[in-house]
Write a protein that binds this ligand. Structure first.
Ligand SMILES: *[C@@H]1O[C@H](CO)[C@@H](O)[C@H](O)[C@H]1NC(C)=O
Ligand SMILES: CC(=O)N[C@H]1CO[C@H](CO)[C@@H](O)[C@@H]1O
Length: 384
C-alpha cells in the first residue's frame, strides 16, 4: 500500500532522469528534432528502472514502512545546528506577504551567481491576462534564468517543439519558469499530450501571459517542507531540478554555498491538484553536480560523457506521497566517475542509513530512499 505507492513515485522520478540523459546526446538541436523518439524511450526506461527499485524493495528490514493508521516504528529527530530552513510561507499568508516590502528590483538585476533564495513575491496572485509576454513575471515569484534563455524562461514549448534557442515567450507558446527553493512551478495545462511528453508554464495568448491552471492563482506553490541540503564542503554545489512538467531541462537552480543549508522542494503528490503523469504520482528530480561547479555551469544539458547537468554524478529525488515524504539519493547511471564529495541523508523514519561514499551508493549502487514524517526534518549532508 503505502510502499507500492512510493515505489511508483520514485520509479517515475528515476525514469524521468534517464530519459533526460537519453534525450541529450546531440545537444539542444537534437532535442528539438528528436521529441517523438524521446517519448518512446521514456516508456522503455520506466520498465527498466522498475527493476532497479524492486531490488531496493527486497530489503524490507531497512525500510520501516508506515503502518496503516498507526504511528511509524521509530522517528528520529534531527538536530539542525546550522540555520534551520524555514518552511515556505503558506499561500493563505499572502496578506502578510503583501504588507512586506516588494523588491521588484530583482528583475533588473541579473545576479547570475548570487543566491536564489528570494521568495517574497511567491505569495502574490498573478494578474492573469495582464502581463505582456515580453515581461518575465519575477514580480510573482518566478526566478529568471538569464543564462539559459534570452528572457529568463526555463523552457519554451512551441508547436510541439522547443523554442529555448529563440528565448522569448512568443504567441502560442508555453513559457516555463523556475521557482525559488522550497517551491514548485504551479502552472501547467490539464490537457497534456498523449505521447507522454509533458507541458508546463504560462501560455502566451493574445500577447499576454495567461494561467494554464486557472484554479491556482499563483506561479509557484510550496512543497511539503522540512527537507534541505546542507553543504559542509568548501565549495559551492549546484543542485539542478528538472523543469517538470515542461521541457525537462535540468535548469532550475538551487545554489548551495559552502556552509549553508537550503530548502529542497518535495512536491506534494497527495494534493488533489498535483501534476500526474499517466495517472501516476510524480516527484522532483535533482541533478547534483560536483562541488565547485556553479549553477550557471552545472544547471544545463551537459555534453555526452561530461560531468555536468544531466551527466552530474548524483541524482536526488523528493516528493510527498501517502502521507510521507520520500527522499532518495542515487548515482547517475550515466556518469561512472565518483563524485568529489560524499552524500548522507540525515534524519527520517528509523534513522535509516542512506549514503553515497566515494561514489558508491547504498543498496548495490542503485541508491536508497528514506521516508520522512511531515513536520519532521531531514537533510542531505554533503561532506568529504
Ligand atoms: C568520503 O568518505 C570516505 C570515507 O569516510 C573518505 O575516505 C573520503 O575521503 C570522503 N570524501 C570523498 C571525496 O569521497
Ligand atoms: C556514457 C553513457 O553511459 N551514456 C548513456 C547515457 O544514457 C543514455 C540513455 O540511457 C545512453 O543511451 C547513453 O549511452
Amino acid at each position: 500500500m503505502g510502499f507500492s505507492a512510493s515505489l511508483v513515485l520514485f520509479v517515475l522520478a528515476l525514469a524521468g532522469s534517464s530519459t533526460l540523459a537519453a534525450a541529450q546526446p546531440h545537444g539542444k538541436h537534437a532535442r528539438v528534432h528528436g521529441r517523438h523518439a524521446r517519448a518512446l524511450k521514456e516508456r522503455y526506461m520506466v520498465t527498466e528502472l522498475t527493476t532497479v527499485w524492486t531490488t531496493i524493495q527486497s530489503t524490507p528490514s531497512s525500510y520501516p514502512l508506515p503502518t496503516a493508521g498507526g504511528s511509524p516504528p521509530e522517528v528520529k529527530d534531527i538536530k539542525v545546528d546550522a540555520p534551520t530552513p524555514t518552511n515556505p510561507p503558506k499561500k493563505d499568508d499572502k496578506k502578510d506577504d503583501k504588507d512586506k516590502k516588494k523588491d521588484t528590483s530583482d528583475s533588473d538585476t541579473s545576479n547570475t551567481n548570487k543566491g536564489h533564495d528570494s521568495n517574497e513575491n511567491t505569495g502574490r496572485e498573478f494578474k492573469d491576462g495582464a502581463i505582456p509576454c515580453s515581461k518575465f513575471p519575477s514580480d510573482y515569484g518566478a526566478m529568471e534564468l538569464p543564462w539559459h534563455t534570452k528572457d529568463g524562461w526555463s523552457g519554451i514549448q512551441y508547436n510541439g517543439g522547443n523554442a529555448d534557442n529563440e528565448g522569448v515567450c512568443k504567441e502560442g507558446s508555453l513559457c516555463s519558469y523556475a521557482c525559488p527553493p522550497g517551491f514548485s512551478k504551479a502552472q501547467w495545462p490539464s490537457d497534456q499530450p498523449a505521447s507522454g511528453e509533458s507541458h508546463g508554464g504560462l501560455l502566451c495568448k493574445g500577447g499576454v501571459l495567461t494561467l494554464t491552471r486557472p484554479d491556482c492563482k499563483y506561479l509557484c506553490e510550496p512543497g511539503a517542507g522540512g527537507i534541505s541540503v546542507k553543504n559542509e564542503l568548501s565549495k559551492v554545489v549546484a543542485v539542478c531540478r528538472t523543469d517538470y512538467p515542461g521541457s525537462e531541462n535540468m535548469v532550475v537552480p538551487l545554489q548551495c554555498d559552502p556552509g549553508t543549508e537550503k530548502p529542497l522542494t518535495a512536491p506534494d503528490a497527495d494534493s488533489p491538484t498535483a501534476y500526474k503523469w499517466k495517472g501516476g504520482a510524480t516527484s522532483a528530480q535533482y541533478y547534483v553536480n560536483n562541488a565547485g561547479v556553479s549553477v550557471k555551469e552545472g544547471c544545463l544539458w551537459g555534453k555526452e560523457g561530461g560531468e555536468v547537468g544531466n551527466w552530474a554524478p548524483y541524482i536526488f529525488g523528493a516528493g510527498k506521497k501517502g502521507g510521507k515524504i520520500w527522499i532518495s539519493v542515487s548515482k547517475n547511471p550515466n556518469n561512472s566517475k565518483p563524485a568529489n564529495f560524499n552524500v548522507s541523508i540525515v534524519g527520517g523514519v528509523g534513522g535509516k542509513k542512506c549514503e553515497c561514499i566515494m561514489g558508491v551508493c547504498q543498496d548495490g549502487g542503485a541508491g536508497c530512499t528514506v521516508t520522512v514524517e511531515p513536520g519532521q526534518k531531514a537533510y542531505y549532508r554533503m561532506w568529504e
